[in-house]
Design a protein around this ligand. Structure first.
Ligand code: UTP
Length: 303
């Protein structure tokens, strides 16, 4: 055993989605529209994320919003006027799609008055979450629904009681864009590693591995005390990585699951475009026509 199993055996049922950032990489689109509401085909990014949480058994989702971003919460409300119109038209498919958004999970919201960093945003969830373990899903990325990641993370956290991270393997030249972990083997399951350290955005020559932290975490309730004790770090922001590093230092088990499925990163224009194209191409209703058009377009036959 590489660590003592000290978990409660119970899976976390609450999730926090920090979505109060300024989204500077997507300006000017995000001056008035939150990047979390940008559509991927016909659903906003945020809906994919709440769906990912709900299908992992999360029943309670807290959206951390900020200035100009309240509209995100409206997306999960009922719309009786729209539903009535669809009912009158007999459009049962769209009616079900509209209703579904308000049935995915119990949605709560809290405010981050100023975007002081991801750690600070997670810290605003303290009173809602209390002393329980919880998941954090960043508001601008999600994974392929056919190869989910969160259920394994929740199971692992229930066993260890510690922190569970998710990693992707990146190319050496990409390490400076991510938090990179130093790890050792673990016998807690296929694809599971024990984390011994975290380095923020290292140069390739300094990177301890090619395992990059992505935007899914399962955290114990004691992270809130660690966040409260965390001073502003890189970029003057209160970093979640610093709070997690303090818990690691104090002996909290930290594990990571290496994810090998498709991850969609919609936080910047190129990743967003790739996401839209991939998901549009897979859609049963319009995928065939879209793929045919795309093939012609790429072949230079369509303008
Ligand atoms: P990002 O690092 O993507 O920051 O945050 P950002 O502000 O959204 O975008 P850029 O880098 O300026 O383009 C990751 C997640 O954490 C949230 C963001 O909304 C995003 O979902 N976040 C970040 C907060 O909620 N509050 C913060 O203070 C910082």
């Amino acid at each position: 055993m590489t660590t003592n199993a000290q978990g409660s055996g119970k899976r976390a049922v609450k999730a926090v989605i920090p979505a109060a950032g300024l989204a500077t990489r997507f300006l000017p689109a995000t001056k008035a529209v939150p990047k979390e509401l940008l559509p991927v085909v016909d659903r906003p990014v945020l809906q994919y994320i709440v769906e990912e949480a709900a299908s992992a058994g999360i029943t309670d989702v807290l959206l951390v919003t900020g200035r100009g971003k309240t509209s995100m919460v409206d997306h999960f409300d009922r719309r009786p006027d729209v539903e009535q119109r669809l009912e009158e038209k007999g459009d049962t498919e769209r009616l079900a799609a509209v209703r579904r958004t308000s049935e995915l999970a119990d949605i709560y919201t809290c405010r981050q008055g100023e975007p002081l960093g991801l750690g600070h945003a997670v810290g605003t969830a303290a009173s809602h979450v209390g002393d329980n373990p919880f998941a954090v899903l960043l508001g601008d990325e999600f994974v392929d629904e056919g190869s989910p990641l969160l259920p394994d993370m929740l199971d692992l956290q229930a066993r260890t009681g510690g922190i569970v991270l998710a990693f992707i393997e990146v190319k050496p030249e990409e390490t400076s864009r991510y938090g990179i972990a130093s790890v050792r083997e673990s016998d807690l399951g296929e694809g599971v590693v024990e984390v011994t350290g975290l380095v923020e955005k290292p140069a390739p020559s300094e990177a301890p591995s090619n395992l990059a932290v992505v935007g899914r975490y399962v955290l114990p309730g004691k992270i809130f005390d660690a966040i409260a004790d965390t001073k502003p770090g890189s970029g003057g922001e209160i970093q979640l990585t610093d709070a997690m590093a303090a818990l690691l230092e104090a002996g909290t088990p930290v594990h990571g699951i290496v994810y090998r499925g498709i991850r969609y990163d919609t936080g910047q224009p190129l990743g967003y475009l790739q996401t839209v194209v991939q998901l549009a191409a897979q859609r049963p209703d319009l995928g065939e026509e879209f793929r045919a058009w795309l093939t012609d377009f790429v072949g230079g036959q369509k303008g």
